[in-house]
Design a protein around this ligand. Structure first.
Ligand code: HEM
Length: 544
């Protein structure tokens, strides 16, 4: 009897899951699109720590383990254009927990991005980074508008000027003639991006790196620990176990989260009380919030004040750091090795830098001229975007354009289903031409009648790394200014070279570098799977 009960309890969740999966499959068939079945997705939080133990399923015969690739966050980065080449620009990913129409068909993506009142972020995506407070990434509808209205002004031109200066200054962290493996390069650029962001975000570096009275860590150390372990933070932040029971990483994480919360509280309070306003993201955010309060924003609208609460300010400051640090560090860590692999393209970039950039060039005049450098960033965003997959779910039943071998048609999507944008499928699509998989930033440059050059996205392709519509990344220009200031300063001083191993020719070293750049995985952004697989060196220009 007891044994029977035990067996029922053990198998009931499995049977329920199977029934749900079968029901989802029946519903998915109605779309008339190719279906990919996967028993698990990243929505199954318990599956994620177990997933590495099941990597062997990929070697099972008859494609029995082909679902494995779709069972993690950001799988689109590893998949690239493989599935869309096989099944077309839209297919259904059917799991026990969800039905997702995966698409890289531009009209479908543009519709779901632009109709923001009909399409929300699914809670499984939006709530992931809300542990310091609700924020502009975690909310939707009227709540999101309130967050966006107050956070948007932080990304003003004054801030861009700061980003330009700070980025140029931080290039000093890249050392001359030192050999950097891809892993070491990423570590250095992580540090550079974090320093730029915290300084532009919060102010004086000296204050941020010192341990203040009553603290065990500095602001910078607590934030960097959280950012570098963000997935662990997402999974274990709510764990309420005593310290002695926790392994050292979780203990350090708990400490970092509580230290960072107190630092943010003090920074926000000091900024609110201070009469001298600096050009930081924090300052702009606090000013916009105070303005909302003084416009009578404390009178509730639908039960909510128009301004942001203290916790919501923390939530937003944290996501500025999260969204801004990984993305740009990842872009730079791919960009510099790519030009080392293509010296002729590097030369083409350097010509522009030599023409328009000097050590005291200012932002407003110089940034708009460095279009080749910006095209370089665009090409990196295409080949190694930090955001591979984003999802939307309809607020009411909606139609979605799809494309099949029979032509363009529509499917009906009900609330609860998801539409996932497969950005790698679109960015690497043959619609870009036969060289879609190659590094060729020139594809974004057009020559004007007066001989100048401009940046343009080619017609008829999907290019959506910062997305579009009302929720477009507010840090888009921030990241572009940071990238361009860094690479222009680097190319004005150095030649970036692939480091050859003993007995290897230069061209073999470049091929090895390219193959290591191709081998990437997703962890909040694109990372190198083989960080020791290749290396680059920054050789001062004018030397051999
Ligand atoms: C290469 C650099 C970057 C890339 C590729 C990138 C990409 C993205 C993407 C794909 C989204 C989601 C948009 C959507 O759901 O439609 C996003 C949102 C966001 N990004 Fe960025 N981002 C970058 C840099 C930055 C920087 C530097 C910051 C801030 C300093 C930033 C702040 C944000 C914020 C606050 C959001 C949430 C916007 C909202 O939901 O309304 N990003 N970004």
């Amino acid at each position: 009897m007891l044994l029977g009960l035990f067996i029922c309890l053990l198998f009931a969740p499995i049977i329920l899951r199977l029934i749900q999966w079968i029901n989802n499959y029946k519903e998915a068939r109605a779309f008339g699109l190719p279906i990919v079945l996967t028993p698990f997705t990243e929505e199954d939080a318990w599956w994620l720590p177990l997933r590495p133990l099941f990597a062997w399923v990929q070697n099972l015969p008859f494609g029995l383990g082909s679902w494995y690739v779709y069972s993690e966050f950001g799988w689109g980065l590893v998949d690239g254009r493989k599935t869309t080449t096989r099944l077309g620009e839209n297919f259904v990913l059917c799991a026990p927990t969800s039905i997702r129409i995966v698409t890289c068909y531009a009209p479908a993506i543009l519709q779901t991005a632009h109709d923001f009142s009909d399409w929300n972020m699914p809670p499984t995506q939006s709530q992931v980074f809300a542990f310091f407070g609700q924020n502009v990434t975690s909310t939707h509808g009227a709540e999101w508008q309130r967050h966006r209205r107050i956070t948007g002004p932080a990304f003003n031109e004054r801030a861009m000027d700061e980003v330009w200066h700070e980025s140029r200054r931080r290039v000093a962290l890249v050392e001359s003639d030192k050999t950097y493996t891809l892993g070491e390069l990423r570590k250095t650029l992580d540090m550079v991006a974090m320093l730029i962001l915290t300084t532009v975000g919060f102010g004086q570096e000296a204050e941020l790196t010192k341990i203040h009275p009553g603290h065990k860590l500095s602001f910078f150390d607590s934030l960097s620990f959280i950012l570098k372990n963000v997935i662990i933070t997402v999974l274990f932040n709510s764990l309420k176990a005593p310290d002695w029971m926790l392994p050292s990483t979780l203990k350090q994480l708990k400490l970092s989260v509580s230290e960072f919360r107190v630092y943010m509280r003090d920074l926000v309070r000091n900024e609110t009380e201070s009469s001298t306003k600096r050009a930081t993201l924090l300052s702009a955010l606090v000013s916009a919030n105070e303005a909302a309060k003084s416009e009578g924003g404390d009178k509730p609208v639908q039960g909510r004040p128009k301004y942001l609460t203290e916790e919501e300010l923390w939530g937003n400051l944290f996501v500025f750091n999260l969204a801004g640090f990984e993305t740009t560090a990842s872009a730079l860590s791919f960009a510099l090795p790519y030009v080392a692999a293509y010296p002729n393209i590097q030369q083409w970039m350097t010509e522009e830098v030599d023409k328009f950039y000097t050590q005291d060039s200012d932002y407003a005049e110089t940034f708009p001229r460095l279009v080749r450098c910006l095209a370089w960033m665009h090409e990196i965003m295409r080949l190694a975007s930090p955001a591979p997959l984003l999802a939307r779910t309809p607020t009411s039943t909606q139609t979605l354009p799809v494309i099949t071998p029979a032509g363009v048609s529509e499917v009906v999507v009900r609330p609860g289903m998801q539409v996932a944008w497969h950005l790698y499928g679109g960015h690497l699509s043959p619609r870009w031409g036969s060289d879609a998989l190659e590094f060729r930033p020139q594809r974004f440059i057009v020559k004007n009648a007066d001989g100048t050059e401009s940046l343009e996205v080619p017609d008829g392709v999907l290019f959506f790394p910062w997305t579009g519509g009302p929720r477009i990344c507010p840090g888009k220009k921030f990241s572009q200014v940071e990238f361009v200031a860094m690479v222009a300063n680097i190319l004005s001083r150095y030649r970036v070279e692939a480091v050859a191993q003993a007995g290897e020719s230069e061209s073999e070293a470049r091929q090895r570098l390219l193959s290591a750049l191709d081998d990437k995985y997703f962890n909040i952004s694109a990372h190198f799977k083989r960080p020791e697989g290749a290396a680059v060196r920054f050789v001062p220009r004018g030397t051999n």
